[in-house]
Design a protein around this ligand. Structure first.
Ligand SMILES: [Zn+2]
Length: 244
């Protein structure tokens, strides 16, 4: 196993465990993936039906991205994980990492008819112009078409997909980046749910300010790495077995 794979396994296990700590997981469902290797790309996925809070680096399953017999193998991942993630990785090379969750406040917003994410606070501005919407819930994603549909929706530079009546898909370059995106998306969604529940009129940030704040977010060097390294340091102290 090379260093890239070793680190990806540790980071993925850390991201899964912190997702469970923050209560953003769903039972033993939901799936995260990362692509490693340039010439012969392989996909790492969380193991099927294992609780996020217990996943160790060695539990992560690995397949060639182009393999056709994955679902008949004993260590096969969840069927919808394979269809969605393998297609998205293949069709969107910039999606090195993909997290799919049903995290509660983001899901609540994805269940509002014709919802558009509001530029309501500083955290929301991070996502200015970066969210795509799938408003055609189609049942559980158990065929190739769902992955291709999601890839098309994310095609024009978006990195967040609100999956209507279902959840969210977040794509990015590194596990630290995508974890940080997930964290702030859910924080901003929590604020939006509370503001909507108040029944008072939301104070929307003007487009030009929201766009500037978005740029400022992305100019903050290495923030997601600092955040993720701190989270791993906590695991190192409290549950070091995640690295095994
Ligand atoms: Zn789902």
């Amino acid at each position: 196993m090379n260093d890239q794979e070793k680190q990806a396994r540790i980071d993925l296990a850390a991201a899964l465990r912190w997702t469970a700590r923050l209560n953003l997981h769903e039972a033993v469902a939901n799936h995260y993936s990362v692509v490693i290797g340039d010439e012969n790309p392989q996909i790492l996925l969380n193991p099927k039906l294992k609780h996020f809070s217990r996943v160790k680096a060695s539990d992560i399953v690995k397949f060639d991205l182009d393999a056709t017999d994955v679902l008949s193998r004993p260590d096969a991942p969840d069927i919808s994980a394979w269809y969605l993630h393998s297609h998205l990785h293949k069709q969107l090379p910039r999606a090195k990492v993909i997290f799919h969750t049903h995290m509660p406040d983001t899901l609540a917003l994805a269940c509002i008819k014709d919802f558009e994410f509001m530029m309501l606070d500083q955290n929301a501005c991070r996502f200015y112009g970066r969210i795509a919407y799938d408003r055609d819930y189609n049942g559980l994603a158990i065929d190739d078409q769902e992955g291709e549909r999601c890839a098309q929706l994310l095609g024009d530079g978006k990195s967040i997909l609100f999956m209507g009546n279902h959840g969210v898909m977040i794509i990015g370059e590194t596990i630290a980046d995508v974890f940080d995106e997930m964290y702030y998306l859910e924080k901003a969604a929590d604020t939006q749910v509370k503001v909507l529940a108040s029944g008072r009129e939301p104070a929307i940030i003007p487009d030009d300010i929201a766009e500037m704040a978005c740029e400022q977010w992305h100019e903050y060097p290495g923030f997601s790495n600092y955040h993720f390294n701190e989270l791993k340091a906590i695991l190192d102290e409290e549950e070091p077995a995640y690295k095994n």
